[in-house]
Design a protein around this ligand. Structure first.
Ligand SMILES: Nc1ncnc2c1ncn2[C@@H]1O[C@H](COP(=O)(O)OP(=O)(O)O)[C@@H](O)[C@H]1O
Ligand SMILES: [Mg+2]
Length: 241
């Protein structure tokens, strides 16, 4: 089995007011290519921290992460920039949209940065509109938009560049049922069509049913028959047994 991501004994502490705050402790996981992989767990259990490390936004305190066989610890600044720009589509928990840009401008920003032609950008944007209901509010600025609209824009911005890896931090947290279902099937389509690895942090039980992977964690509890728990506070990695 070729794993896309191999995580070994990963730990992360933050320095907060002079004291070390442990966010992740000895996480070991193998994540296969081309599957939707869910991480569930209580608030503060380190889910966002893990995604940030995988996304090249935070660095671990100890432990290793291999992406497609290369050790992230060996990345230089340029490798990190390239990795974030080309390989990863990141959906931030708090959206991280740029306030000075409309939703559409936010969504196409990764393509603008890749210096694609205007025709190509508009073609890819039109494809996105087929999958996500965002066209009706595309000219609004984030501050004029609802949480759900901002969340959908953040998802579109992550998927428009057809990344090999999508990291989505509670991507349906602000969505109503209809839009949450639409996003779910969008992720399923992307995975099927492009063999994209999708790692989701979620509280939504419905995501469990789309995790067709096997268990890849080391040790531990298997709440509700689902995979191995390696996080603090009972955060679990969800995959059907
Ligand atoms: N930048 C930071 N500085 C200090 N502590 C942090 C920082 N980010 C996260 N933490 C702490 O690390 C722990 C895990 O946080 P986080 O990864 O955001 O958890 P989750 O996403 O599961 O809610 C929490 O105790 C949180 O307060
Ligand atoms: Mg979080």
């Amino acid at each position: 089995m070729q794993y896309h991501i191999v995580i070994n004994n990963l730990s992360k502490s933050y320095q907060s007011k002079g004291a070390a705050q442990i966010a992740l402790s000895n996480v070991t996981l193998n994540i296969p290519q081309g599957e939707i992989f869910c991480i569930m767990g209580s608030s503060g259990s380190g889910k966002s921290t893990l995604l940030k490390i995988l996304g090249g936004i935070e660095k671990p305190t100890s432990g290793t992460v291999y992406i497609n066989g290369s050790n992230m610890a060996d990345y230089g600044q340029q490798d990190y920039d390239l990795y974030r720009q080309m390989t990863v589509g990141y959906v931030f928990q708090d959206f991280n949209l740029l306030e000075g840009l409309t939703l559409k401008e936010n969504i196409i920003l990764p393509l603008t940065l890749q210096k694609l032609s205007e025709t190509e950008i508009q073609r890819k944007y039109a494809d996105i509109l087929q999958c996500v209901d965002i066209g009706y509010c595309e000219n609004n600025y984030p501050e004029q938009s609802s949480g759900g609209e901002q969340q959908r824009a953040a998802i579109c911005r992550a998927i428009i560049k057809a990344p090999k890896l999508i990291l989505a931090d509670e991507p349906t947290g602000s969505l109503d049922n209809v839009n949450a279902k639409a996003i779910l099937s969008t992720f399923m389509n992307i995975k099927e069509r492009m063999h994209t690895t999708i790692i989701l942090v979620t509280h939504g039980l419905r995501w469990r049913s789309v995790c067709f992977g096997r268990g890849y964690g080391r040790s531990g509890r298997a709440p509700g028959g689902y995979g191995a728990a390696v996080f603090r506070y009972g955060c679990s990695v969800s995959c059907p047994a």
